[in-house]
Design a protein around this ligand. Structure first.
Ligand SMILES: *[C@@H]1O[C@H](CO)[C@@H](O)[C@H](O)[C@H]1NC(C)=O
Length: 132
């Protein structure tokens, strides 16, 4: 009888942890849709040059502010890479100029050759939060 009650307490503890312990991770996830929304205004510059739309810089800043984990950086990297690959005539050198033009950084170089599974945060002289 006492043994059974003890098991029940442990079981309730597991259930409580399943709802409480897991919740802090849920709100910090960047989706591909987020990345698309933030960076779509940047594609016209990537394809044609000209002036950088303000929405593009805003998007880059919001994306950088949204990175919480290495997984976020990797996911955004592959979303950006896929998005760029589907944008005809996009010039990767121009895409990589954008953070500088927006007074910001990407935590990785956008290129068809970038291995997004290996990118992540790295410290740099310019920024302690995000960089190449
Ligand atoms: C990503 O987009 C969803 C749906 O539009 C939004 O609710 C969420 O806040 C966005 N994530 C971030 C980190 O802004």
């Amino acid at each position: 009888m006492a043994k059974f009650a003890g098991g029940e307490v442990a079981f309730v503890g597991v259930i409580a942890c399943m709802s409480l312990c897991a919740s802090p991770r849920v709100d910090a996830t960047i989706t591909c849709l987020n990345v698309t929304n933030w960076l779509t205004p940047c594609i016209s510059y990537g394809a044609m040059g000209g002036s950088v739309p303000m929405e593009c810089c805003t998007g880059i800043h919001e994306l950088n502010a949204a990175y919480k984990t290495t997984e976020d950086v990797r996911k955004a990297c592959s979303c950006f890479q896929n998005g760029a690959a589907m944008s005809p005539g996009v010039d990767y050198d121009r895409l990589n100029e954008l953070p500088g033009k927006c007074s910001s950084n990407y935590p990785y170089r956008v290129s068809p050759d970038t291995d997004c599974s290996k990118v992540g945060f790295a410290l740099s002289a310019q920024s302690s939060k995000y960089l190449i």
